[in-house]
Design a binder for this molecule. Sequence first.
Ligand code: ATP
Ligand code: MG
Length: 181
Amino acid sequence: MVYLKTVEATGFKSFADKTTVMFDEGVTAIIGPNGSGKSNITDAIKWVLGEQSAKSLRGGKMEDIIFSGAKDRNATNYAEVTLTIDNHERNLSIDADIVAITRKLYRSGDSEYLVNKQKVRLKDITELFLDSGLGRDAFSIISQGKVDQVLNAKPIERRQLIEEAAGVLKYKKRKVETEHK
Ligand code: ATP
Ligand code: MG
């Protein structure tokens, strides 16, 4: 299993200052009033894992994820989120006990991804998480409405879900890449 240890967000949505959320093995419940930022935490996780759709992050354009200011605070000019993942069992193919994944986006549109502080491409992140159960499209993140979507899914979509759970996506993706070479 891949365990998420912490999510650190700075300038991401409602988290103007650096905010750290800690998770433990087992169940972690995040509670709070409406609008206090609970869903923003799952958005932050999806974003680091490479989410490219602003709509999936409940915004209109990607810049909307950058803190836009509050009564007593100016907007920030970048958003940065880091996930730290327990990799003692080497489920991610990186030879390190702790893996830190960072995504940063500036208002200018510049962005970067880092794995353990080294710059990487989005493709590297996607591949790292394929079949780990924690990818950006993985069903480990079940947002509001997702349950209905699964129940109403077409057979082919349901098959994709089962394939992801069985861990065959990595091989399918490589097959397609090979066929296009
Ligand atoms: P609910 O219980 O209603 O689901 P929640 O705790 O999940 O609430 P979120 O949706 O995570 O709440 O947070 C919504 C809050 O985040 C709103 O107050 C919104 O103004 C704020 N927010 C979203 N994007 C930004 C941004 N870019 N800058 C500043 N604040 C933002
Ligand atoms: Mg919510």
